[in-house]
Design a protein around this ligand. Structure first.
Ligand code: SAH
Length: 273
């Protein structure tokens, strides 16, 4: 905002100066005007850089506080997860109008009636999925791309599926701009998983299906973990942690906490449910 204002003023000054030299009062005046212009341009540039650095510093401080107060003081203690969440610029994943709320203890709207999860929920799900540096993770529900970015800092590779093209394409662009080269986003139906890339060491589902999707369980590696909210309505969802045995396809699970996610929708015309 500040930057735009400074630029506006600079252009106004430039216009005034350009219009003002109609009488041709000689080289000297023109020369000193030119020097003046350079000074002005330099000052505006410095102001812009300063304003931007200042904003980034402010967000960094908010991010530190978020990690301390919303994660560490609750039960997210895994140092790798905390470090990832100190690094991912959450404000870049929310619409400009919500940037000043980016580090607040709540979910935020990201358009198309969808939300970016509360930071605590992202931290908790990541900690439960426990991705190690060499693993491959599948995420269902790319949304803004924030959860994918956090996972990408911890795992070798992240595949993420989003059913709404506009959100998925925007998230893919954003992740690329921010340099997350180990994330691949696909527009598609999460109920089907991503068979070509399976099996996965971990699966993180960020929209709530009414029941555990069988295709996802099938695509989970032996010894792998799946974290997902399950519930018929948004009043009775539970966050589940499922673990597949290391030696068979047996799956065990436990309820973690009650949660409220947007529903995992079915693709018109049928799905793999
Ligand atoms: N993980 C996201 C937040 C997800 S919100 C983030 O960090 O921002 C849930 C997302 O799941 C929404 O974008 C929604 O469009 C998507 N979704 C819902 N049903 C889906 C399905 N069947 N397959 C893939 N994505 C789905």
């Amino acid at each position: 905002m500040f930057l735009r204002e400074a630029q506006g003023r600079l252009f106004a000054a430039l216009r005034m100066t350009a219009n003002g030299d109609a009488t041709g009062r000689g080289m000297e005046i023109r020369e000193s005007r030119r020097i003046g212009l350079y000074c002005l341009a330099g000052a505006a540039l410095a102001l812009g850089v300063w304003a931007q650095t200042d904003a980034e510093e402010k967000f960094r401080g908010q991010r530190e506080a978020m990690v301390r107060e919303q994660l560490m003081e609750r039960d997210v203690r895994d140092e790798r997860v905390l470090q990832a969440m100190r690094e991912v610029p959450r404000h870049r994943f929310v619409p400009p109008a919500w940037q000043n709320q980016a580090y607040a203890d709540r979910p935020l709207p990201i358009g198309e009636d969808q939300t970016i999860s509360q930071p605590y929920i992202v931290g908790l799900m990541t900690q439960l999925a426990a991705p190690q540096p060499e693993v491959v993770v599948l995420e269902i529900g790319t949304g803004s791309g924030y959860q994918a970015a956090v996972l990408a800092r911890l795992a070798r590779r992240v595949y993420s599926i989003e059913i709404l093209p506009r959100l998925g394409e925007e998230a893919a662009r954003r992740l690329q701009e921010l340099g997350y080269e180990n994330v691949e986003v696909k527009i598609g139906d999460g109920y089907l998983g991503w068979p070509e890339k399976a099996p996965f060491d971990a699966i993180v589902v960020t929209a709530a299906p009414p029941e555990i999707p069988p295709a996802l369980v099938a695509q989970l590696k032996r010894g792998g973990r799946m974290v997902l909210p399950v519930g018929q309505t948004d009043q009775n969802q539970q966050l589940l942690l499922l673990e597949k045995s290391k030696t068979s396809d047996e799956v065990t699970g436990r309820n973690v906490i009650p949660v409220r996610f947007v529903p995992m929708v079915e693709q018109p015309g049928g799905s793999g449910k």
